[in-house]
Design a protein around this ligand. Structure first.
Ligand code: COA
Length: 349
């Protein structure tokens, strides 16, 4: 039996891009600092009143169109997000309803930035089930809700920023400059060409490091939401950037080697290493440790920042549409995120 493969893709980035200079209006940061430390130049934010499922709709429609399928062909929805529309229910059933295919089974995956690797494994298992032929995997994030500034008009330069707001945002600048919003969608099916599709996976989760990147609020508290908790920024991510960086540059090369070994392919045979876009510096260290040339590790973080669960499908869509990603190529996907969750997948497209 052949492995699962990508038959369609789409992406959607909301609104206008916000530059590093825009962020420097509301916190103590600079274009130079952000570029040098992360490679990011701009990012998009989900508009007020919209959520991850809204961003996912146009991305999903484009994925269906590019595969020559319709909503009626979707047998299962896997929705990757760490910023769902609501605490409950998940965004998957909302997407099904908005796409016009209510009743389609939908599952939210909470493996943060590593969710796409987990979704490949889930899709591989699901596509062995009778009656499941096409799975829509979506990554969509609306991080705007946890950005530390309270006055979005100040970000737009329409109003001056208050000293209090500036101080608060500066306290959280480490993560605030990194994240951006967007959605990517992949339609996956079992390949009909022998030797193609998903060849191997290597997946890991380790909750011992869960405090390196987390949103502290949750159901450990009674009640789980109070105005004090909001004031104390319990709903804003806490990130130990240095530790996350350290884990990423040691664990990602290991998981790539393991996945390639399991697939029986050498690193030099891989055409593309499609990595989660968390930070260009992380991906540079990872490729140097693997001895892989820079041209095999595509990057688009400059334009979008870290869109968490959406980075890999957005990048895949760009590469499919501009002709870089072509049938027959060998791809290694790799990602690490909060959890910690990390892993790699090797696929012959
Ligand atoms: N603008 C300006 N200065 C900033 C800043 C910002 N946005 N964020 C932090 N700084 C300052 C710090 O206060 C510190 O100043 P000090 O030396 O006077 O104390 C200095 O820059 C260095 O801070 P540090 O946190 O050590 O920087 P870093 O080199 O580790 O880079 C990250 C910070 C967040 C860019 C980097 O650690 C990173 O990318 N880590 C991985 C995060 C990640 O991938 N998260 C998502 C996982 S999916």
């Amino acid at each position: 039996m052949s492995g699962i493969t990508i038959v369609g893709s789409g992406r959607y980035l909301p609104g206008k891009p916000y530059t590093n200079q825009d962020l420097a209006r509301v916190m103590d940061t600079s274009d130079e600092w952000i570029r040098q430390r992360t490679g990011i130049e701009q990012r998009h934010y989900c508009p007020e009143g919209q959520g991850a499922s809204d961003l996912a709709v146009p991305a999903a429609r484009l994925a269906l169109e590019s595969a020559g399928r319709t909503e009626a062909d979707i047998d299962y929805i896997i929705f990757n997000t760490m910023t769902p529309d609501h605490i409950l229910p998940g965004s998957g059933p909302l997407l099904g309803a908005k796409l016009g295919c209510p009743g389609t089974p939908a599952l939210d995956v909470r493996s943060q930035c590593a969710a796409m690797i987990y979704s490949f494994q889930l899709a591989d298992a699901l596509l062995k089930t009778d009656g499941i032929r096409s799975i829509l995997i979506v990554g969509a994030e609306a991080h705007a809700g946890f950005m530390p500034w309270r006055n979005w008009n100040a970000l737009d330069g329409l109003e001056p920023v208050s000293a209090d707001d500036y101080q608060r945002s500066t306290l959280h600048r480490g993560f605030a400059v990194i994240f951006g919003d967007g959605a990517g969608a992949l339609l996956v099916e079992r390949s009909s060409t022998p030797g193609t599709g998903l060849l191997s996976l290597d997946l890991h989760s380790d909750g011992r490091y869960s405090d390196e990147l987390r949103i502290p609020a949750g159901f450990r508290r009674r009640p789980y939401a109070t105005s004090e908790l909001v004031e104390d920024a319990e709903f804003i991510p806490r990130m130990n950037g240095r530790e996350v960086f350290r884990h990423a540059v040691s664990k990602l090369p290991q998981t790539v080697r393991a996945a390639c070994e399991r697939a029986g392919v050498g690193l030099d045979e891989v055409d593309w290493f499609i990595a989660h876009q968390a930070n260009d510096r992380i991906n540079r260290v990872v490729r140097e440790r693997l001895g892989v040339p820079p041209e095999k590790v595509p990057s688009n973080i400059r334009s979008y920042g870290n869109t968490s669960g959406a980075t890999i499908p957005i990048l895949v869509d760009e590469m499919r549409r501009d002709g870089r990603l072509r049938a027959g190529q060998l791809v290694c996907f790799l990602a690490l995120g909060a959890g910690l969750h990390w892993g790699a997948a090797v696929m012959r497209i």
